[in-house]
Design a protein around this ligand. Sequence first.
Ligand code: ATP
Ligand code: MG
Length: 506
Amino acid sequence: MKGYDFEGPALELGALVTDGRADPSQKIRIPLAMMNRHGLVAGATGTGKTKTLQMTAEQLSAQGVPVFLADMKGDLSGLASPGVASDRVTARAAEVGETWSGTASPTEFFSLGGIGEGIPLRSTMTSFGPTLLAKVLGLNETQESSLGLIFYFADKHGLPLLDLKDLIAVIQYLTDNPEALKGIGGLSAQTAGVILRSLINFQAQGADAFFGEPEFDTHDLLRVTPDGRGVISILELPAVQDRPQLFSTFLMWLLADLFEGLPEIGDPDKPRLVFFFDEAHLLFGDASKAFLQSITQTVRLIRSKGVGVFFVTQTPKDVPADVLAQLGSRVQHALRAFTPQDAKALKATVSTFPSSSYDLEELLTQLGIGEAVVTVLSETGAPTPVAWTRLRAPRSLMAPSDPAVVRQAVTTSPLLPKYGTAVDRESAYEMLSARLTPHAPAPTAPAETAERPRERREEARERPGEKSTLEGVLGSPAFRSLARSAASALGKEITRSIFGTARRRR
Ligand SMILES: Nc1ncnc2c1ncn2[C@@H]1O[C@H](COP(=O)(O)OP(=O)(O)OP(=O)(O)O)[C@@H](O)[C@H]1O
Ligand SMILES: [Mg+2]
């Protein structure tokens, strides 16, 4: 198809459809070199978004590009198993001019905090930062900025916030010590109390699993197999499906951390990683202005670090205009037009496409399953003509992999020894409960207390009432040395990124 003949390597999306018939000689493709210019996969439920993602991920992997994707429903685990030939698959392959054979891709399975199948993925509280945490907790803007002050306070005093109980301990300390609280301009006791209650609530819902060490090193998403195929990292989310705010902000944390850690490389021949952000409406919905600005900026800047981001959602309307404007490739599956709202969304979608000879409003409601309206960036960076496309079928399994396949992948993973077991290092909670008076109550279960070093517990008992102001405690030589060792273990300096996330100097 004119406009889709590229010189360099490309991903094969499928074949052009004219009057309902696919023409196998008219290939629709995306240049590999343009995969860092981001994209959008949209469409109503059941129209083929996930299969598009699967088919694209496979091809990226085959061309040596690592992929990250979130598996919302468990159906993407099929990437780990070869697809099964069927009449439908064979017919589609003929329609799009493909020689199809069932092929598995190299995969790595992750889970949030070890909930569900997969290598546990965790972040420290310090690294996660106040902006993302405020989003998870549903804080308003005043509370969000107050939380920022609390993090700043902890950063400044060398109080490592590794897990939830560290943050809770710091806020409890502040609310129990009005003078310390006064020292942080702009943080009211009332707001601190609200944040504290919402954190305790969050903890009661089992959120401890997601925060702590060992923290995930996002460089582990950039792996390539010895035979040159990109590893597809699949974050299995079915077990935490009822916590959309949690997993969407976690995806953002991964992206922000990658952004922080990767050097600039300009526009490479092929991306270093392609990151698929599924159910993207969850990320943007109810987001504060600051949060949206941070996403926009991260997406804009991460391109020159060689990372492509593809948002997957129902309609382009789910994505803020500033972000949408940066998405070079568009794979738009069918939309419904049942309700007046649907009709509005449809019109809005049409308005985001370059002009073409199609009546898009009509075409978009008539696309078949596994078909899409496509426009991508050509190798010169200009948008390609809008093309009605019948998409290729994935070569891996179009259903979840056998659970035994996933389990086997996890138990034999080289990452399991690194991340498999949670550790609870000395951090703000231990430091504060060791050094402070009974004013700072222990916020967690007795089991934790029992694990604390004996000497420290005794120290705390021996000196009740000592040092009631923060400066007194934080200034004591014992505390300072404790803080120093903890801070150096954490990485000397805490610098917060555009997203309020922090990363240790590795
Ligand atoms: N490219 C394709 N080739 C062959 N079959 C396809 C293709 N795309 C979709 N299908 C068929 O359509 C079904 C639904 O597709 P898919 O699960 O990708 O939809 P979806 O848009 O992700 O839906 P949801 O919003 O519910 O997640 C698949 O199970 C498959 O049978
Ligand atoms: Mg889907």
